[in-house]
Design a protein around this ligand. Structure first.
Ligand SMILES: C[S@@+](CC[C@H](N)C(=O)[O-])C[C@H]1O[C@@H](n2cnc3c(N)ncnc32)[C@H](O)[C@@H]1O
Length: 248
Protein backbone atom coordinates (compact mmCIF):
# COMPACT_ATOMS: atom_id res chain seq x y z
CA UNK A 1 0.00 0.00 0.00
CA UNK A 2 1.40 3.40 -0.95
CA UNK A 3 0.84 6.71 0.83
CA UNK A 4 -2.03 7.79 -1.43
CA UNK A 5 -3.89 4.50 -0.88
CA UNK A 6 -3.45 4.92 2.84
CA UNK A 7 -4.71 8.50 2.78
CA UNK A 8 -7.71 7.38 0.77
CA UNK A 9 -8.40 4.59 3.23
CA UNK A 10 -8.07 7.03 6.11
CA UNK A 11 -10.60 9.46 4.65
CA UNK A 12 -13.02 7.52 2.47
CA UNK A 13 -15.33 6.37 5.28
CA UNK A 14 -15.85 9.89 6.57
CA UNK A 15 -18.70 12.18 5.58
CA UNK A 16 -16.33 15.10 5.17
CA UNK A 17 -12.81 15.09 3.80
CA UNK A 18 -12.18 18.61 5.00
CA UNK A 19 -13.73 21.22 7.29
CA UNK A 20 -17.31 22.21 6.46
CA UNK A 21 -20.95 22.03 7.47
CA UNK A 22 -24.41 21.92 5.89
CA UNK A 23 -25.06 25.35 7.41
CA UNK A 24 -22.00 26.87 5.75
CA UNK A 25 -22.92 25.32 2.38
CA UNK A 26 -26.45 26.73 2.64
CA UNK A 27 -25.18 30.13 3.77
CA UNK A 28 -22.87 30.36 0.75
CA UNK A 29 -25.70 29.21 -1.51
CA UNK A 30 -27.94 31.99 -0.17
CA UNK A 31 -25.26 34.57 -1.08
CA UNK A 32 -25.36 33.45 -4.73
CA UNK A 33 -29.02 34.48 -4.95
CA UNK A 34 -29.63 31.32 -7.00
CA UNK A 35 -31.07 29.06 -4.30
CA UNK A 36 -34.64 29.30 -5.59
CA UNK A 37 -33.86 29.15 -9.29
CA UNK A 38 -35.46 26.17 -10.99
CA UNK A 39 -33.58 23.81 -13.29
CA UNK A 40 -30.15 24.85 -12.02
CA UNK A 41 -27.07 23.17 -13.45
CA UNK A 42 -24.32 22.76 -10.86
CA UNK A 43 -20.75 21.50 -11.17
CA UNK A 44 -19.21 20.31 -7.87
CA UNK A 45 -15.43 20.04 -8.24
CA UNK A 46 -13.37 17.94 -5.80
CA UNK A 47 -16.62 16.52 -4.44
CA UNK A 48 -14.93 13.84 -2.29
CA UNK A 49 -17.56 11.64 -0.64
CA UNK A 50 -20.13 14.31 -1.41
CA UNK A 51 -21.22 16.06 1.82
CA UNK A 52 -21.84 19.35 0.01
CA UNK A 53 -23.14 17.60 -3.12
CA UNK A 54 -26.01 16.06 -1.18
CA UNK A 55 -26.77 19.30 0.69
CA UNK A 56 -27.00 21.13 -2.63
CA UNK A 57 -29.11 18.35 -4.16
CA UNK A 58 -31.48 18.57 -1.23
CA UNK A 59 -31.87 22.36 -1.41
CA UNK A 60 -31.67 23.09 -5.16
CA UNK A 61 -33.93 22.28 -8.03
CA UNK A 62 -31.88 20.97 -10.96
CA UNK A 63 -28.94 18.74 -11.72
CA UNK A 64 -25.45 18.32 -10.30
CA UNK A 65 -22.30 16.94 -11.89
CA UNK A 66 -19.91 15.89 -9.11
CA UNK A 67 -16.25 15.45 -10.09
CA UNK A 68 -13.33 14.01 -8.15
CA UNK A 69 -9.92 12.68 -9.08
CA UNK A 70 -10.10 9.63 -6.82
CA UNK A 71 -12.37 6.74 -7.69
CA UNK A 72 -12.94 5.40 -4.13
CA UNK A 73 -14.44 8.74 -3.05
CA UNK A 74 -16.63 8.93 -6.14
CA UNK A 75 -17.80 5.36 -5.56
CA UNK A 76 -18.81 6.23 -1.98
CA UNK A 77 -20.80 9.21 -3.21
CA UNK A 78 -22.39 7.14 -5.96
CA UNK A 79 -23.71 4.67 -3.36
CA UNK A 80 -25.26 7.53 -1.36
CA UNK A 81 -26.86 8.93 -4.50
CA UNK A 82 -28.47 5.56 -5.27
CA UNK A 83 -29.61 5.16 -1.66
CA UNK A 84 -31.32 8.55 -1.82
CA UNK A 85 -32.79 7.89 -5.27
CA UNK A 86 -31.04 10.92 -6.77
CA UNK A 87 -29.59 9.16 -9.84
CA UNK A 88 -31.64 11.27 -12.26
CA UNK A 89 -30.34 14.56 -10.88
CA UNK A 90 -26.84 13.85 -9.57
CA UNK A 91 -24.13 12.35 -11.77
CA UNK A 92 -20.60 11.51 -10.70
CA UNK A 93 -17.47 11.63 -12.84
CA UNK A 94 -13.85 10.74 -12.20
CA UNK A 95 -11.50 13.40 -13.48
CA UNK A 96 -9.40 16.44 -12.67
CA UNK A 97 -10.89 19.84 -11.93
CA UNK A 98 -8.55 21.43 -14.47
CA UNK A 99 -9.61 19.28 -17.44
CA UNK A 100 -10.96 21.56 -20.14
CA UNK A 101 -13.74 19.14 -21.09
CA UNK A 102 -15.61 19.98 -17.87
CA UNK A 103 -15.94 23.62 -18.93
CA UNK A 104 -17.26 23.09 -22.44
CA UNK A 105 -20.74 23.14 -20.96
CA UNK A 106 -21.99 26.27 -19.10
CA UNK A 107 -23.22 25.97 -15.51
CA UNK A 108 -25.27 28.23 -13.23
CA UNK A 109 -23.09 27.37 -10.30
CA UNK A 110 -19.58 25.98 -9.85
CA UNK A 111 -19.01 24.70 -6.34
CA UNK A 112 -15.84 23.50 -4.65
CA UNK A 113 -15.28 22.90 -0.95
CA UNK A 114 -11.75 22.33 0.32
CA UNK A 115 -10.39 21.39 -3.08
CA UNK A 116 -9.41 24.37 -5.27
CA UNK A 117 -5.95 24.38 -3.65
CA UNK A 118 -5.17 21.32 -5.77
CA UNK A 119 -4.92 23.52 -8.87
CA UNK A 120 -4.36 26.90 -7.16
CA UNK A 121 -6.97 29.50 -6.23
CA UNK A 122 -6.36 31.97 -9.06
CA UNK A 123 -5.70 29.33 -11.71
CA UNK A 124 -8.83 27.40 -10.78
CA UNK A 125 -11.01 30.50 -10.82
CA UNK A 126 -9.75 31.65 -14.22
CA UNK A 127 -10.26 28.22 -15.72
CA UNK A 128 -13.67 27.62 -14.18
CA UNK A 129 -15.00 30.96 -15.46
CA UNK A 130 -15.11 29.35 -18.91
CA UNK A 131 -17.71 26.92 -17.57
CA UNK A 132 -20.05 29.56 -16.14
CA UNK A 133 -23.18 31.03 -17.68
CA UNK A 134 -23.18 34.83 -17.95
CA UNK A 135 -25.01 35.21 -14.65
CA UNK A 136 -23.42 32.13 -13.08
CA UNK A 137 -21.70 32.03 -9.70
CA UNK A 138 -18.78 30.29 -8.02
CA UNK A 139 -18.63 29.30 -4.36
CA UNK A 140 -15.35 27.90 -3.06
CA UNK A 141 -13.61 27.38 0.25
CA UNK A 142 -9.91 28.08 0.49
CA UNK A 143 -7.50 27.99 3.41
CA UNK A 144 -6.70 31.67 4.10
CA UNK A 145 -4.90 33.97 6.51
CA UNK A 146 -7.44 35.70 8.74
CA UNK A 147 -5.08 38.37 10.07
CA UNK A 148 -2.39 40.57 8.54
CA UNK A 149 0.28 39.26 10.95
CA UNK A 150 0.75 35.82 12.57
CA UNK A 151 3.23 33.87 14.67
CA UNK A 152 6.27 32.51 12.89
CA UNK A 153 5.43 28.87 13.67
CA UNK A 154 2.11 28.89 11.82
CA UNK A 155 3.47 31.10 9.03
CA UNK A 156 6.24 28.57 8.39
CA UNK A 157 3.90 25.58 8.60
CA UNK A 158 1.58 26.84 5.87
CA UNK A 159 4.41 28.23 3.80
CA UNK A 160 5.73 24.66 3.71
CA UNK A 161 2.41 22.85 3.27
CA UNK A 162 0.67 25.29 0.95
CA UNK A 163 2.78 28.21 -0.27
CA UNK A 164 -0.27 29.50 -2.20
CA UNK A 165 -2.04 30.50 1.03
CA UNK A 166 -3.15 34.17 0.95
CA UNK A 167 -5.08 36.64 3.05
CA UNK A 168 -8.82 37.10 2.58
CA UNK A 169 -8.33 40.55 1.04
CA UNK A 170 -5.79 39.23 -1.49
CA UNK A 171 -8.06 36.35 -2.42
CA UNK A 172 -10.92 38.79 -3.02
CA UNK A 173 -8.60 40.80 -5.29
CA UNK A 174 -7.68 37.59 -7.12
CA UNK A 175 -11.38 36.84 -7.61
CA UNK A 176 -12.01 40.27 -9.08
CA UNK A 177 -8.93 40.15 -11.31
CA UNK A 178 -10.04 36.73 -12.55
CA UNK A 179 -13.26 38.19 -13.96
CA UNK A 180 -15.74 37.85 -11.10
CA UNK A 181 -17.83 40.26 -9.06
CA UNK A 182 -17.22 39.53 -5.40
CA UNK A 183 -20.44 38.84 -3.47
CA UNK A 184 -19.47 37.57 -0.02
CA UNK A 185 -16.96 35.74 2.12
CA UNK A 186 -17.04 34.22 5.59
CA UNK A 187 -14.75 32.00 7.65
CA UNK A 188 -15.95 28.51 8.56
CA UNK A 189 -16.68 28.24 12.28
CA UNK A 190 -14.95 25.92 14.73
CA UNK A 191 -17.62 23.19 14.51
CA UNK A 192 -16.76 22.78 10.82
CA UNK A 193 -13.23 21.82 11.87
CA UNK A 194 -13.69 19.98 15.15
CA UNK A 195 -17.06 18.17 15.32
CA UNK A 196 -17.45 17.71 11.59
CA UNK A 197 -13.90 16.95 10.50
CA UNK A 198 -11.28 16.33 13.18
CA UNK A 199 -13.38 14.22 15.55
CA UNK A 200 -14.39 11.61 12.93
CA UNK A 201 -10.83 11.72 11.57
CA UNK A 202 -9.34 10.98 15.01
CA UNK A 203 -11.65 7.98 15.34
CA UNK A 204 -10.58 6.76 11.92
CA UNK A 205 -6.89 7.24 12.78
CA UNK A 206 -7.30 4.91 15.76
CA UNK A 207 -8.89 2.25 13.51
CA UNK A 208 -6.10 2.57 10.94
CA UNK A 209 -3.42 2.28 13.63
CA UNK A 210 -5.00 -0.97 14.82
CA UNK A 211 -5.22 -2.33 11.29
CA UNK A 212 -1.73 -1.42 10.03
CA UNK A 213 1.57 -0.95 11.73
CA UNK A 214 4.18 0.68 9.57
CA UNK A 215 6.39 3.72 9.57
CA UNK A 216 4.27 5.24 6.82
CA UNK A 217 1.14 4.98 8.99
CA UNK A 218 2.91 6.62 11.90
CA UNK A 219 4.22 9.41 9.67
CA UNK A 220 0.77 10.15 8.30
CA UNK A 221 -0.77 10.02 11.77
CA UNK A 222 1.94 12.37 13.07
CA UNK A 223 1.25 14.81 10.22
CA UNK A 224 -2.52 14.80 10.77
CA UNK A 225 -2.06 15.15 14.55
CA UNK A 226 0.33 18.05 14.07
CA UNK A 227 -2.21 19.84 11.88
CA UNK A 228 -4.91 19.38 14.54
CA UNK A 229 -2.56 20.73 17.21
CA UNK A 230 -1.73 23.77 15.11
CA UNK A 231 -5.40 24.44 14.50
CA UNK A 232 -6.09 24.42 18.24
CA UNK A 233 -3.20 26.74 18.88
CA UNK A 234 -3.58 29.19 15.98
CA UNK A 235 -7.18 29.08 14.71
CA UNK A 236 -7.55 32.84 15.09
CA UNK A 237 -4.87 33.36 12.42
CA UNK A 238 -5.96 31.00 9.65
CA UNK A 239 -9.08 29.17 8.53
CA UNK A 240 -11.13 27.96 5.63
CA UNK A 241 -12.98 30.86 4.06
CA UNK A 242 -15.98 30.58 1.75
CA UNK A 243 -15.74 32.94 -1.22
CA UNK A 244 -18.85 33.59 -3.30
CA UNK A 245 -18.71 35.53 -6.57
CA UNK A 246 -20.68 36.12 -9.78
CA UNK A 247 -19.38 35.94 -13.32
CA UNK A 248 -18.64 39.37 -14.72
C1 LIG B 1 -10.14 18.10 1.23
S1 LIG B 1 -10.98 17.08 0.11
C2 LIG B 1 -12.59 17.85 0.07
C3 LIG B 1 -13.67 16.93 -0.43
C4 LIG B 1 -15.10 17.42 -0.25
N1 LIG B 1 -15.37 18.59 -1.04
C5 LIG B 1 -15.39 17.67 1.22
O1 LIG B 1 -15.37 18.86 1.61
O2 LIG B 1 -15.63 16.71 1.94
C6 LIG B 1 -10.28 17.47 -1.45
C7 LIG B 1 -10.81 16.63 -2.59
O3 LIG B 1 -10.22 17.03 -3.83
C8 LIG B 1 -9.98 15.87 -4.60
N2 LIG B 1 -8.97 16.21 -5.62
C9 LIG B 1 -7.63 16.33 -5.48
N3 LIG B 1 -7.09 16.76 -6.64
C10 LIG B 1 -8.11 16.87 -7.52
C11 LIG B 1 -8.19 17.25 -8.89
N4 LIG B 1 -7.11 17.64 -9.58
N5 LIG B 1 -9.40 17.24 -9.49
C12 LIG B 1 -10.52 16.86 -8.81
N6 LIG B 1 -10.50 16.49 -7.51
C13 LIG B 1 -9.32 16.51 -6.87
C14 LIG B 1 -9.56 14.83 -3.60
O4 LIG B 1 -9.69 13.53 -4.09
C15 LIG B 1 -10.51 15.14 -2.45
O5 LIG B 1 -11.70 14.43 -2.58
Amino acid sequence: MNELDLLIELHQHNTRLGPGSDEATLRALAFTGLANQSGMEILDLGCGTGAQTLTLADRCDGSITAVDLHEPFVNRLQKKIVKKGLQDRVKTTIGSMDEKKFFEKKYDLIWSEGAIYNVGFGRGLRLWKKGLKETGCVAVTEISWLTEKRPEEIQQHWQREYPGISSVSRNIRTLERSGYRYLASFALDEVCWTTNYYQPLKKRIRQIQKKYTSQMVEEIVARESREMELFQKYSEFFGYVFYVARNR
